[in-house]
Write a new protein. Structure first.
Length: 135
């Protein structure tokens, strides 16, 4: 444990805690998973609340790449502020969509932003279940 604490590397550019253990650099959540479960994660270790520095065991779960992508934060480039809801210039309507297992699913075009947001939210519940990002 002395080496474990002493070799802390700090936070990486993506906001994950990085550690150096026995000359190997790894992310803290992956090391925690290994320590608790006795094996490397088969898949990805997802932070349930989307907070990368929060490595409490209750906040970590196994996920596929697709499930982990469901839990990402809204892109800074988002014009609407809601993932999967955008203004369609040609149709002059709000467009809602989501991605499921690398396939784009379209929920439709809507006259109001609220309708598009509700449709996206409903589709997230249906397709992403527990991995859906909390609003």
């Amino acid at each position: 444990w002395r080496n474990f604490a002493r070799t802390s590397r700090g936070m990486d550019y993506e906001g994950y805690w990085q550690l150096m253990v026995d000359g190997v650099q790894a992310r803290a959540h992956q090391i925690i998973w290994l320590m608790v479960h006795g094996e490397l994660a088969k898949g990805e270790v997802d932070h349930k609340n989307g907070q990368r520095p929060d490595n409490r065991l209750v906040n970590l779960r196994l996920a596929t790449v697709s499930q982990n992508r469901c839990n990402i934060r809204v892109s800074r480039r988002s014009s609407s502020g809601v993932t999967g809801v955008t203004w369609h210039k040609t149709r002059k309507k709000w467009w809602a969509y989501l991605q499921v297992d690398k396939v784009q699913k379209y929920t439709g075009f809507f006259d109001s932003f609220e309708e598009a947001k509700a449709a996206r939210n409903s589709a997230e519940k249906e397709h992403h279940g527990e991995f859906r990002r909390a609003a």
